[in-house]
Design a protein around this ligand. Structure first.
Ligand SMILES: [Fe+2]
Length: 481
């Protein structure tokens, strides 16, 4: 075990009771405190990433998006389970360790007032998601280049430009989509020069990156996620837009103050053909969303599932909870799982709400991505406005819902599907459960079809892991055992 972030041993031990408390240490050990039994067919590696430290030398960071990226790797092998975590060695991470001062973030300002913040873009913290492709692990942050990591040791090799294909800031968003049929990865990056646009990329199986389309951003908007079908990249561009950038550019206000939700602008849905043909644009009512489960083609219609948030709070209300994360992120957490069906011929959109529990971080059996999926998996809240304390499976064909809820005061994160058999949904859901009162976390294994039965196995860590955003599961025998 080492303390990685320049925190003193005493600071590292001063663990509080929030899922967002920093974890300054790096660990490497076998996990032998297992309740229940790891299923015979469950083998592979779970990767989770999120902000590892939310305070720097006594300075609390202003937003959950502003912590340095820390990757957890839990390898489930035939002879045991192993835990390892490492901070991504970004330039910002090294500088923060040296100066012991917070980096410029999405909402966190550098110490030193406007002069210290003017004309500065938030630092690449590599904290949002991971991509596993061709046995290489990438730590992603949507405003800049991915960082390439060793998929086993988690050693950071550095920022990746894919042979120069990612130019300038090299934005490569945090929600790439892998086509299970071709093994290709599709992604996008926002670029604002010479005009605001979305750059669309295809990463082939040999890790060569190809730019194949650019889409103008009509409202100078912000987009976090997209959807992939067999034929299209689908962007649902809600009216979360840049409103007042001047005070931000002058360093007077943090970066997130530049964004505003403007429902009167509506939502623009853009379908970009994967072969680079002409995009189709459809206008729709305003939608406030961040994450997409999946999309598929159905004749003239393209169907997408996403989590829609209540627009009544607007960006400011939603974002306020993410700034006050030590109190509760709950009211910002829960959205409604929603299906949009976009008729490309008539340009009409129909909307259906799929579940009335507040949820986020929607997932599916990724082997069925780009086709019509039967099962959706979400982190959800058992009470309206509550924190994410449940894992829910929604069977769209049977109209059935099964939900596991953690003990009072504990929270869960995004559930990832790990395959067991060949059929869709035949496998398990893996989530990291945060137990602030015990100052620990645990890996929880649930039957994907019946999470409500409770954990098949729970693997107790010797410490806590701060709440993670996203991750990946690599099936198969572990590399280590
Ligand atoms: Fe995300």
């Amino acid at each position: 075990m080492t303390v990685a972030t320049g925190a003193s041993e005493q600071q590292a031990q001063e663990l509080g009771a929030s899922p967002w408390d920093s974890q300054h240490r790096e660990f490497d050990y076998d996990l032998d405190d297992i309740e229940g039994a790891i299923p015979e067919g469950l083998r592979g590696a779970l990767y989770r990433i999120g902000p590892g430290r939310l305070d720097v030398d006594g300075h609390p960071l202003s937003h959950i998006f502003d912590g340095d990226g820390m990757v957890s790797h839990i390898e489930i092998g035939p002879v045991g389970v192993h835990y390892r975590n490492r901070y991504v060695r970004t330039k910002s991470f090294a500088r923060t360790n040296e100066t012991r001062r917070p980096a410029k973030g999405f909402s966190t300002q550098r110490i030193g007032g406007a002069l210290a913040n003017a004309l500065r873009f938030p630092e690449n913290l590599a904290n949002t998601s991971v991509l596993l492709h061709d046995d290489v692990l990438y730590a992603l942050w949507e405003g800049g280049r991915p960082h390439r990591l060793d998929a086993e040791t988690l050693q950071t090799y550095g920022p990746e430009s894919f042979g120069g294909a990612l130019k300038r800031v090299g934005a490569f968003s945090a929600h790439p989509k892998t086509d299970p049929a071709t093994g290709e990865v599709f992604n996008f990056g926002l670029d604002f020069f010479p005009r605001p646009m979305i750059r669309c990329y295809r990463l082939d199986r040999g890790r060569r990156l190809h730019g194949f389309a650019t889409v103008p951003i009509p409202k100078l908007g912000f987009v976090h996620d997209f959807a992939l079908t067999e034929r299209h990249l689908m962007f649902v561009l809600g009216p979360l837009v840049v409103r007042n950038p001047i005070p931000v550019a002058l360093g007077l206000r943090p970066f997130d103050d530049a964004l505003s939700y403007r429902p009167e602008l509506g939502t623009t849905i853009v379908l970009v053909p994967r072969d680079g043909g002409r995009p189709t644009t459809v206008e729709h009512d305003a939608l406030f969303h961040f994450h997409v489960t999946n999309a598929h083609e159905d004749g003239d219609r393209t169907v997408v599932e996403l989590v829609a948030h209540d627009p009544a709070n607007g960006w400011e209300g939603w974002n306020r909870h993410l700034r006050n994360y030590r109190e509760s992120a709950g009211p910002a957490f829960g959205g409604t799982l929603t299906r949009l069906s976009v008729d490309r011929r008539t340009r009409r959109v129909t909307t259906i709400e799929l579940d009335d529990h507040g949820c986020e971080f929607p997932q599916l059996d990724q082997r069925f991505a780009t086709t019509e999926h039967r099962y959706s998996y979400t982190a959800s809240a058992s009470v309206p406005g509550g924190d994410p304390d449940s894992v829910t499976t929604i069977d769209h064909r049977a109209g059935a819902v099964s939900r596991y809820t953690a003990a009072a005061g504990d929270t869960v994160c995004e559930p990832l599907f790990a395959p067991g058999g060949d059929a869709e949904g035949d496998g398990w859901l893996l989530t990291l459960e945060h137990r602030p009162a015990r100052r620990t976390s645990r890996l929880v294994v649930l039957r994907a079809d019946r999470p409500g039965d409770g954990p098949v196995a729970a693997v107790n860590l010797q410490h806590h892991v701060p709440m993670t955003f996203h991750g990946a599961f690599r099936p198969g025998s572990g590399l280590r055992h």
